[in-house]
Design a protein around this ligand. Structure first.
Ligand SMILES: Cc1cc2nc3c(=O)[nH]c(=O)nc-3n(C[C@H](O)[C@H](O)[C@H](O)COP(=O)(O)OP(=O)(O)OC[C@H]3O[C@@H](n4cnc5c(N)ncnc54)[C@H](O)[C@@H]3O)c2cc1C
Length: 390
């Protein structure tokens, strides 16, 4: 590949067809590129969890021509209510004025969002059940080997393969992926438990619970403090949840009743990790989304940030050529670094505050602080996130 290639002829591989990867590939296709996408799973769907998507993310669906479809599956969130471990209401925040100013935050089932995004990438460009085995950089070109036995050469490889990124493992060394001492589950519960548009969370003592109404149903998310590597055998999952959440007030007794009728196989489970990286670019390999900058799930901003990064890298690629790709990647980092660092730092604070595995006394103080945290302060917190240019 000796000649300089411009815009649409730049050869791009996107590894990971999740939220960041599909957003990026969809935007590139819209601009006439034809990126290859490889996605590890054989098919989409299956288990998942509910996402709160802020306009920072959902605005990108407008450019993709998918906002209306997204809205047909997503429900606007107008109220955010926080309860203590015992079920006392600590604060209920009205999100209406933020929505009026910046656009509505929505709740959506993650697999549903992936389906909407999947539609923006042509079938010919995406290979399911495939991942990379080797990434070999030679000057300005990247040779990639895949699990299906094929190899190809690219100008750029975009790692959008999530928090446990294979691209990152094969290409980067400065990775600090640390277990955050929390494990979590998600499953459906009776939609009657909260009204549409109201997200409710228990900020407990070493445990956290949330209810998020989506068009697909009411999603319950639970998290507890747990040592790293604690196993979660499917046949003991329900007992483990019951043991961890017994004695919690509010909506938890109803959730535990609902748990009885769940099939353990249908309960999503994962551990919390946090990722800090100094570099997102290694020559002609770049990371976006959780692969580069995963925030804690409790912050509720990871998908929005992943979509923003996808939009910025797609934008930069339309204004370069194969020779000056390095500059475009530098611009991507410049445009994203301080915003991502800032949001990540805040997400760490709020994530730890929400679960707070310290002592009953400190949790009681935390509860008092939440009661005193005014509507205005909450709005300022989110305005900072929503008003920044990308
Ligand atoms: C329980 C929970 C709740 C959350 N709630 C929110 C929320 O309310 N709001 C919010 O904004 N964010 C939330 N997040 C975070 C959000 O889900 C992530 O930040 C977002 O999904 C990141 O998108 P991504 O595309 O970078 O990664 P992912 O969504 O993880 O997608 C990665 C994709 O790459 C694929 N893949 C993985 N490895 C490979 C490989 N080796 N080769 C090829 N493909 C591969 C995966 O199958 C997947 O399709 C939550 C996360 C969790 C776990």
């Amino acid at each position: 590949m000796d000649e300089v290639r411009y815009g649409n002829d730049i050869q791009v591989l996107v590894v990971g067809g999740g939220i960041a990867g599909l957003s990026c590939a969809g935007l590139l296709e819209q601009r006439g590129f034809s990126p290859d996408v490889v996605e590890k799973t054989d098919e989409y769907g299956g288990l998942g969890y509910a996402l709160g998507l802020w306009p920072a993310g959902s605005n990108i669906l407008k450019g993709l021509g998918k906002y209306e479809e997204f809205c047909s599956y997503a429900d606007p969130m107008h109220t955010y209510t926080l309860l203590s471990d015992s079920g006392e209401e600590l604060h209920s925040y009205d999100l209406t004025s933020l929505a009026d100013e910046y656009g509505k935050p929505h709740l959506i089932w993650r697999p549903r969002l992936v389906d909407v995004l999947r539609d923006t990438v042509s079938d010919d460009n995406i290979r399911m059940g495939t991942t990379v085995t080797e990434i070999d950089q030679r000057g300005d070109e990247v040779d990639v080997s895949f699990t299906d036995g094929t190899t190809s050469t690219y100008d750029l490889v975009i790692g959008a393969d999530g928090i446990h990124s294979k691209v990152r493992e094969l290409t980067f060394t400065d990775v600090d992926l640390t277990y955050q001492g929390m494990t979590s589950w998600a499953f459906w519960v009776d939609p009657e438990m909260v009204e549409m548009g109201v997200a409710k969370e228990h900020w407990g003592d070493g445990r956290f619970a949330g209810l998020y109404p989506t068009d697909d149903g009411l999603a319950c998310f639970l998290a507890v403090a747990a040592p790293e590597g604690t196993s979660d055998p499917v046949d003991q999952r329900k007992r483990r949840i019951r043991n961890n959440f017994q004695g919690m007030g509010g909506f938890i007794p109803d959730v535990l009743d609902e748990l009885e009728s769940q099939d353990s196989e249908d309960i999503w489970h994962d551990d919390f990790y946090d990722l800090k990286m100094d570099q997102w670019v290694n020559n002609r390999v770049v990371l976006i989304g959780d692969a580069a900058h995963a925030p804690l799930p409790t912050a509720g901003v990871g998908a929005s940030m992943a979509m923003e990064s996808a939009a910025v890298i797609a934008d930069e690629l339309t204004r370069t050529d194969s020779e000056y790709l390095g500059q475009a990647l530098d611009h991507y980092v410049t445009r994203r670094r301080s915003r991502v660092d800032h949001v990540q730092q805040k997400s760490r604070q709020i994530g730890k505050f929400a679960l707070f595995d310290h002592s009953t006394v400190l949790s009681a103080l935390r509860d008092q602080a939440v009661k005193l945290y005014s509507q205005e302060r909450m709005e300022r917190y989110y305005e900072d996130f929503l008003s920044t240019e990308i």
